[in-house]
Design a protein around this ligand. Structure first.
Ligand code: S3P
Length: 424
């Protein structure tokens, strides 16, 4: 599709759709709880709809109507053996968390996804779960499709070799089915929505800095979940507002859980004009209004334990850096290589086509500042965040930009292009 260009200024207010990570977990906990769970502001993106499809195939009744999801929880033992292979589409969160949930059930189930999922590493989840007694059969060792042979699980103590909330969460779901207490030690603090939701659904989890302790045999009760807007979706507008001249954008009801706000810290360190005002909170899931204005920015170094707090925002942060003065170095971000696509290669290849001077490194990128963006034909690699980043880049281009495979944005933000168009 032909992307929108606008160097004149973006002004207005956006309410980004619900948080993807929290939406997935609301269905999972809703299904595993006893009683009814209602979810409002659920993200109706393809990934979260895949999670709904998976639980329906496991016998859970989920009603989807305008603006509200109703899950009739069945409890852990109420899940039923699926008649067919479970399909997660493009969703890494669904497949990895489901491996933890299915590992301890009393039936077998096969789970698969699209071509991107078939290439993403599952050993990081399957290996720790095997230590708990889980049994898997996979044609290609440690890649989807995977047959999960449900079995009784044992607790363990495990130190995560990667900073990954998906791996942590899969182990937590397995631990909830094991007899006794499991201890998980994180490499770096990652998003804690699973831990928050255990508490919201009436369960217990002990968190002491990087150490998480969780016991099996807990029962959850259905809840009313209100999903805040997704800061990873807001990130595209944060960057747009900062780099397009004469812009001021207000983003309402954005989730600002501290495990997710690395982009705000980066914008502040680059000298960007950004304000954050907390407006509400459900438990420890705060939400607020973020306002950004066109700013003069300076390049910085981004690395260390901030990386998990902004991992999904790095493609658009690379674009932000291209408009700063001086060089920006992104390091310690090798995880980018195993996302929906290799996001180091994809960002470098596509932004280079538009005239940006940047290079990929083993664990990140080095981006030159003050770059002029030019027209080009670019592609999303079927990766929603690549597609959205390229649309924000196109706003600044001096001639037309065509995006191939633009529909990828539906994975996390079905109305993205309409929302961009609404700002001028
Ligand atoms: C997610 C965790 C992150 C993130 C993904 C969503 C989650 O992945 O990139 O978009 O909901 O737990 P990793 O855990 O692999 O870093």
């Amino acid at each position: 599709m032909q992307l929108i260009r606008n160097k004149q200024g973006l002004n207005g207010t956006i309410r980004v759709p619900g948080d993807k990570s929290i939406s997935h977990r609301s269905i999972m906990f809703g299904a595993l709880a006893e009683g009814t769970t209602t979810v409002t502001n659920f993200l109706m993106g393809e990934d979260c709809l895949s999670t709904i499809g998976v639980f329906r195939a496991l016998g859970v009744s989920i009603d989807v109507s305008e603006g509200k999801i109703v899950v009739q929880g069945k409890g852990w033992d109420g899940l039923q053996k699926p008649a067919e292979t479970l399909d997660v589409g493009n969703s890494g969160t669904t497949i990895r968390l489901m491996l933890g949930i299915l590992a301890g059930r009393s039936f077998d189930a096969t789970i698969e996804g699209d071509a991107s999922i078939a290439k993403r590493p599952m050993g990081r989840v399957m290996n720790p779960l095997r230590e708990m007694g889980a049994t898997f059969e996979a044609k290609e060792a440690n890649f989807a499709p995977v047959k999960v042979i449900g079995t009784k699980l044992s607790p363990m103590e495990y130190t995560l070799p990667v900073a990954s909330a998906q791996v942590k969460s899969a182990i937590i779901f397995a631990a909830l089915q094991a007899e006794g207490e499991t201890t998980i030690i994180e490499k770096e603090k990652t998003r804690d929505h699973t831990e928050q939701m255990i508490r919201q659904f009436g369960g217990e989890v002990e968190v002491d800095d990087l150490t998480i302790r969780v016991s099996g045999g807990q029962k959850f009760r259905g809840q009313e979940v209100v999903v805040p807007g997704d800061i990873s979706s807001a990130a595209f507008f944060i960057v747009a507002g900062l780099i397009i001249p004469n812009s001021k954008i207000r983003l309402e009801n954005v989730g600002i859980n501290p495990t997710r706000t690395g982009i705000i810290d980066v914008v502040q360190a680059m000298g960007g004009r950004i304000t954050v005002e907390k407006t509400s909170a459900v438990g420890d899931e705060p939400a607020g209004t973020i306002t950004v204005e066109t700013s003069e920015l300076k390049g910085i170094e981004i690395g260390g334990d901030i990386i998990p707090r902004l991992i999904d925002e790095l493609p658009v942060i690379a674009l932000l850096a291209s408009q700063a003065t001086g060089k920006t170095v992104i390091k310690d971000a090798e995880e980018l290589k195993v996302k929906e696509t290799n996001r180091i290669d994809a960002v470098v290849t596509e932004l280079s086509k538009m005239g940006v001077a940047l290079v990929g490194t083993e664990d990140g990128m080095i981006i030159e500042g003050q770059q002029n963006l030019h027209g080009a034909t670019v592609k999303s690699y079927g990766d929603h965040r690549m597609g959205m980043m390229l649309q924000i880049a196109a706003l600044l281009a001096d001639s037309g930009v065509t995006l191939e495979n633009a529909e990828a944005v539906k994975v996390s933000y079905p109305t993205f292009f309409e929302d961009v168009a609404s700002l001028y």
